[in-house]
Ligand binder design. Sequence first.
Ligand code: ASP
Length: 589
Amino acid sequence: MLRTHTCGELRIDNVGEEVILTGWVQRLRDKGGMLWIDLRDRYGITQLSFEEGLTPEALLNQARELGREFVIRVVGKVIERESKNDKIPTGAIELKVTKLEVLNAAKLPPFMIEDETDGGDDLRMKYRYLDLRRNPVRRNLELRHRVMRETRNYLDGLYFIEVETPVLIKSTPEGARDFVVPSRMNPGEFYALPQSPQTFKQLLMVSGFDKYYQIVKCFRDEDLRADRQPEFTQIDCELSFVTQEDILNTFEGLIHHLFQKVKGVNLPKMPRMTYADAMRLYGSDKPDTRFGMQFVELNSLVKNKGFKVFDDAELIVGINATGAASYTRKQLDELTDFVKRPQIGATGLVYARVNEDGSVKSSVDKFYAPEDLAEWAAAFNAKPGDLLLVLAGGKDKTRKALNELRLEMGTRLGLRDKDTFSALWVVDFPLLEWDEEMGRFHAMHHPFTSPKPEDLELIDDRPSDIRANAYDMVINGVEVGGGSIRIHDRRLQEQMFRLLGFSNDEAKAQFGFLMEAFEYGAPPHGGIAFGFDRLCSIFGGSDSIRDYIAFPKNNSGRDVMIDAPSPISDAQLDELHIKMRNITAPEKK
Ligand code: ASP
């Protein structure tokens, strides 16, 4: 190698050794008589020193001509530093340089390659390769690497086998839009990029692979948010001859292992919560259980007292924001505005403060006597100093709105600490979801999920009440993984497709291969997939999965560094048998 050591390696024990280092010039300090350079590589920083009088003139001049981010190679002797820097592991020594070679000059970088940089988001994305030189960004990728390695360690230990599945496939209906790729050799036909390897991993079970996993890229053409990227990575798993219980235990084990190895955190056993309870108590199928503030339903307490809003409501439900009675009028108005925003859609907010003397003062005192309000407080188990926040309206909408308000209050009251971890399983999801717009059912998880056998009798009369053998793992309010026990019987799978509005021909055209495979000895099987980038962001304590992806896309789905997507030549289009309509390229964002 061009070097004998890395820039993070030398210690006081190395004093006296002659060594060779390579790296980037992070900083240069010229004090006239002395000149220091911080030399950086992936492993750390080592200080180089040059001294007038002792360092040959030519070498000193050579050093003075270096600029930030020049790539250099130096030969020198390790000496003890006079003023030590206890903030870095190499801070006790420096290198007295005897020879310097510039391996490559560098233009001045467009932003500071420091932990705190002056570069804005767009600039750092355009020069992502420079951003990746910065410690915090590099550390995120190191974390990702450790999560990946430990995932493989754990699953290998359980005899899982990693099998790669194809990337050019036919669309699988996971609910999102497919990215498609035109086929040159098959005019007018397209591949789709996998939204997940779902059908392939099921076929691998038919093949007898028994325990499969894959850390795999998946593609979904959806609108982007902080926790979504058009291409993302899953830990995708499937097992044969297992019950739901086996799967929950195996993968709770995986997450325990990762927390232990990557974070040094021992997570407690994960509680299980039914979907119905999650909706009733938190208004969400991914409740943030780092804090309580569970929903309390008030229908039986508050109706028929002359308050029309409550009388007309399907559901009156609230939360106890403990200790928030001191909220000012202005703060309460802010909360009212918050719930009335169109995205949340509540019509108003009722509040009640529990005073120090135990009396309750509400925004609807006109309708409710002090004894009534005392009953409210009791229902919430509220103490002096607490603030009750109540919403009313249609059941689903009101629960959804109160979920948002609960999360907002959790944030405001500092209850959502990123170093606290609360994980749980949400189980017993409904099999189907009614799509108002399309006027038909969708599979809530995907069409291969099996119904609970005991609910099958509801199939004709109350299909929306059928529960599935489907489960999600939720950590701190983020759905990190989800899966199900699958259907492995052709007839049941056909019945499911019918329920989802597929004609026999459509089902056959799309999934004939899977249903045929079910006729050749398909074992009972089930699986799960974890969002790998999301897991990393939870371990790293960031809300954005982008921070854990080496080369992510921006909010418009663009890679601004390589400038993709981009137009292709007419010749390429011709070859692909594609005629472009008059499209004006959108302005680049
Ligand atoms: N394929 C599913 C998904 O991507 C996961 C599973 O059911 O295993 O959500």
